[in-house]
Write a protein that binds this ligand. Structure first.
Ligand SMILES: [Zn+2]
Length: 382
């Protein structure tokens, strides 16, 4: 892979570094600075004057092997392909399972994240799905975390009619196992929690923390799906927890952007907010009369659309909103090499026009999109 020198881009690392040159080689950012003097064989130089350069987007909730299934076998959503990630600037992914704990195996999820990695993305996964006790590849979810480098933690559903309704003692025991497995395997160890529509989930978290368990391992997602969930999430974030707002699913606000603005307005620290797409889950399709006429696959472009909305309509500075889908996601998973433009970090980078239209994507140092054209596709794509 030739080294790439991107000249004169306005770099948001995600902090605003001003106009800089960025040198990429061997899949890493080698240097960020003004007027870099670079002599290398096969150096490709890109003039990015007038463009914005940001880290690649890191989506911690994509059903890469397909989700759905609640409407019988016909409602199982298809697998994701690489170009879907590239199209919306997603260079890094945590693959998740969903409701279906019978036909969707965790081994299949691991194979898919490895395939996407081989195709050029940076990929991880959580073991298990909605179910309790956890569904694992080895004899326990904790052992999965130790034995599988890609496995950052465990998924579960709470407050949902499709969950297994674990008790608070079962929850705290699972969290303790994850925390310990994290310590032993050199990971943070997170419990990624699908929050459903039912009440009581955040009361459980409060009790778990009251008993002395560290809040940082408890990671609720879908935090803006219902008003009472959002209210619980705001309090949870103010107590030091990370909250994840879904950009592609049900939302009790006009848009996920409005949910984020409301959380910020209520005093939530921006460093505690992340967003994710819930891509490749299933969603109902409605006609003009509001009648359900079928099913569709959730896209993953909603992260990009949410950042664009916050920038264009709410006038939010990029250094404030980019961390939701870059640095905060990386840091909350202990992946300091991701989600930032810094020397030595993984070279995931995006170029945008000044109105935040995506034009170029680099993933692990390789150019995947050039001037809005996807130039690297998945193994079985045309
Ligand atoms: Zn999901």
């Amino acid at each position: 892979m030739p080294a790439t020198l991107i000249r004169n881009a306005h770099v948001y690392a995600p902090e605003d570094l001003g106009v800089n040159d960025v040198l990429i080689a061997n899949g890493k950012f080698l240097a960020v600075g003004k007027d870099l003097n670079v002599v290398l064989p096969k150096l490709e130089t890109i003039d990015a004057k007038g463009k914005i350069l940001t880290p690649g987007f890191f989506d911690q909730h994509i059903h890469v092997t397909g989700g759905g299934g609640e409407g019988g076998p016909v409602s199982r959503t298809p697998e994701l392909v690489l170009s879907e990630l590239v199209a919306c600037g997603t260079t890094s992914v945590v693959g998740v399972s969903g409701t279906d704990f019978i036909t969707r195996s965790i081994e299949n999820l691991l194979a898919k994240v490895r395939a996407l990695s081989a195709e050029g993305a940076s990929t991880w996964m959580y073991t298990s799905c909605y179910h309790y006790p956890p569904v694992s590849m080895s004899e326990s979810a904790a052992k999965d975390m130790f034995m599988v480098p890609e496995c950052l933690g465990v998924k579960i559903a709470l407050g949902d009619h499709r969950s297994s309704f674990p008790t608070i003692d079962q929850l705290i025991q699972l969290l303790a196992d994850i925390r310990l497995a994290g310590m032993i395997s050199g990971k943070i160890g997170v419990l990624h929690i699908h929050s459903g529509n039912l009440e009581g989930e955040f009361e459980m978290f409060r009790e778990v923390v009251r008993r002395g368990f560290p809040i940082r391992h408890i990671r609720p997602t879908h935090c803006a799906r219902k008003e009472h969930v959002f209210k619980g999430a705001v309090e949870f974030a103010k107590a030091g927890g990370y909250i994840d707002i879904t950009t592609g699913g049900s939302c009790c606000f006009k848009s996920p952007a409005e949910a984020i603005m409301t959380a910020l307005g209520e005093g939530v620290d921006p460093a505690r907010i992340t967003i994710s797409s819930d891509g490749h889950g299933s969603k109902p399709r409605f006609n003009e009369k509001g009648e359900m006429v079928g099913l569709a696959v959730c896209g993953i472009e909603c992260n990009l659309e949410t950042i664009q909305k916050l920038f264009r309509e709410y006038g939010q500075p990029l250094e404030r909103i980019l961390p939701f889908i870059t640095k905060n996601v990386a840091d909350s998973h202990g992946l300091g090499c991701q989600g930032r433009v810094a020397e030595g970090a993984c070279a995931n980078a995006l170029l945008f026009d000044p109105d935040l239209t995506l034009t170029d994507v680099f993933s692990k140092g390789r150019q995947m999109m050039r001037e809005k054209e996807i130039i690297v596709k998945g193994t079985f794509e045309e």
